[in-house]
Design a binder for this molecule. Structure first.
Ligand SMILES: Nc1ncnc2c1ncn2[C@@H]1O[C@H](COP(=O)(O)OP(=O)(O)OP(=O)(O)O)[C@@H](O)[C@H]1O
Ligand SMILES: [Mg+2]
Length: 348
C-alpha cells in the first residue's frame, strides 16, 4: 500500500452542442474504460446557430454550471469544433517522414482549401504508407484559425484548460472504435444527428473514407412538423421526443417527409463514395446524436436506403455506475457519442 498514491488521472470530453452541452469524464481501469461523471445541460434555442455561439455568455454559463453541478474537478478538457468550420481532404503525396510531412502540409494546405495559409490551422494524419509510386495517403484537416482561436477562448472563459481540440466527426469515430470492432473490409456510415446538422462519416478498417456535414437535424424536423401539422414548435418538439401526452396523430407522416431530405443527403454521400472509387457500397449505418431517437426515423432510413441501420451505443464497452446515467442509460447514450469520443482520446 503506497503512503501517497497519486490520484488516477481522468480524461474529460466536452461537447458544446447547439441543443445541449454534454460533459463526460472517463478513466482507464485494468479492464477497460469507465465513465466517472456525466453532465448535460440544454441550451435555449438560438444560443448556438449553425455551430456558432450567438449567446456566448449563455454557453459559458451552461458549461460552468455543469462542472459545478456534477462536481467535475479535472478542468483539462478535449472539445471539438464542428465539421462545418473544417475542411477534411484526403490527399496523395510523396512518401516522407512525419516531420517533413508536417512542414509540407502547413506550407501547401492552401492549395487544397479555399483560404490563405496564414488563416489556417492545419493538422493531418497519415492513413496509408507504401502505396504505389512511392506515395502515401494523408488526411488533411484544415480549420480557419479564427474559428479555432475563438473556440479556445470560449473554453478558457468557462474556466477550463483546453487540452485538445478535435473535430466532432472524428470524435464520433473514436467513440465507435471504443465500442465496436471493424469487420475487415466492411464499410460503415457513422451518422450523428444533432439539432441543426447531421454529420456523416464513412469508415472502413478504421480509415475515414468520407466526411460531410449536412444542414438537416432535429430542428429541421420540428420546422417540418410545424408546417405539416400546423402546431407550435413546442408541440412539435414534444411529439418528436415522444413526450407522454404529446400529439401523435400525423406525426409519423410528418417525420417521413423531412426524413426524405435526410435520406437524400445520405444517399448523395454514398454516391459520392462510389464515384470517387473509395467504396462500392455501405454495409451498415450506425446512428447517434439525440436526433437518432426521433420516433420511427431509424426504420424509415433502413427502408429508404435499403441498408441495415442500428443505433450506436457508445456505452457498449464501457463500465459505468447506473446512478450516473439515470434509470435508462440507453436513452441518453446516443447524445453522448461525441463527448465520449472526446474523452476517450488518448493523451488528453
Ligand atoms: N428522446 C428524444 N427523442 C427524439 N428526439 C430527441 C430526443 N432527445 C433529443 N432529441 C432531439 O435530438 C436533437 C439534439 O441532439 P443532440 O443533443 O445530439 O444535438 P447537439 O449535439 O446539441 O446539436 P448539434 O450537434 O447540431 O450542435 C434535438 O433536435 C432534440 O429534439
Ligand atoms: Mg452534436
Amino acid at each position: 500500500m503506497p503512503l501517497i498514491s497519486k490520484k488516477q488521472k481522468t480524461r474529460v470530453g466536452l461537447d458544446v452542442g447547439s441543443y445541449a452541452v454534454k460533459v463526460v469524464e472517463m478513466k482507464d481501469t485494468p479492464t477497460g474504460s469507465e465513465i466517472v461523471k456525466v453532465g448535460l445541460k440544454k441550451l435555449l434555442p438560438g444560443a448556438i446557430v449553425d455551430g456558432e455561439p450567438m449567446d456566448r455568455d449563455a454557453v459559458i454559463s451552461a458549461i460552468k454550471e455543469i462542472y459545478e453541478e456534477y462536481d467535475i474537478v479535472n478542468k483539462e478538457t478535449s472539445s471539438a469544433i464542428c465539421g462545418r468550420s473544417v475542411i477534411i481532404k484526403k490527399i496523395k503525396m510523396e512518401e516522407m517522414d512525419d516531420e517533413t510531412a508536417r512542414e509540407v502540409m502547413t506550407l501547401e494546405a492552401e492549395q487544397y482549401v479555399p483560404f490563405e495559409k496564414e488563416e489556417l490551422s492545419v493538422d493531418f494524419e497519415i492513413l496509408r504508407r507504401g502505396m504505389a509510386g512511392n506515395t502515401m495517403e494523408v488526411l488533411l484537416v484544415a480549420a480557419k484559425k479564427d474559428k479555432v482561436l475563438s473556440h479556445i477562448a470560449l473554453i478558457k472563459d468557462a474556466g477550463l484548460v483546453p487540452s485538445a481540440i478535435d473535430v466532432d466527426t472524428f470524435a464520433v469515430q473514436n467513440a465507435f472504435e471504443l465500442n465496436y470492432e471493424y469487420e475487415e473490409g466492411r464499410v460503415y456510415a457513422l451518422i450523428d444527428i444533432g439539432l441543426s446538422a447531421t454529420n456523416i462519416g464513412i469508415v472502413r478498417d478504421g480509415i475515414p473514407l468520407f466526411n460531410r456535414d449536412v444542414p438537416v437535424g432535429g430542428e429541421t424536423f420540428v420546422e417540418g412538423m410545424q408546417r405539416k401539422l400546423g402546431i407550435t414548435s413546442e408541440e412539435a418538439r414534444a411529439a418528436l421526443e415522444g413526450v407522454p401526452g404529446a400529439k401523435a396523430e400525423g406525426v409519423l407522416g410528418a417525420i417521413e417527409s423531412v426524413g426524405e431530405d435526410l435520406s437524400i443527403a445520405i444517399e448523395r454521400s454514398f454516391s459520392y463514395l462510389r464515384s470517387s472509387g473509395e467504396a462500392e457500397m455501405v454495409d451498415k449505418i450506425y446512428l447517434s446524436g439525440g436526433g437518432a431517437r426521433i420516433t420511427g426515423l431509424k426504420a424509415f432510413l433502413a427502408e429508404k436506403l435499403s441498408i441495415a441501420v442500428d443505433m450506436s451505443n457508445p456505452l457498449r464497452n464501457i463500465q459505468f455506475d447506473e446512478e450516473i446515467l439515470g434509470a435508462d442509460p440507453l436513452t441518453v447514450a446516443p447524445s453522448l457519442m461525441v463527448a465520449i469520443g472526446l474523452a476517450s482520446r488518448q493523451g488528453s
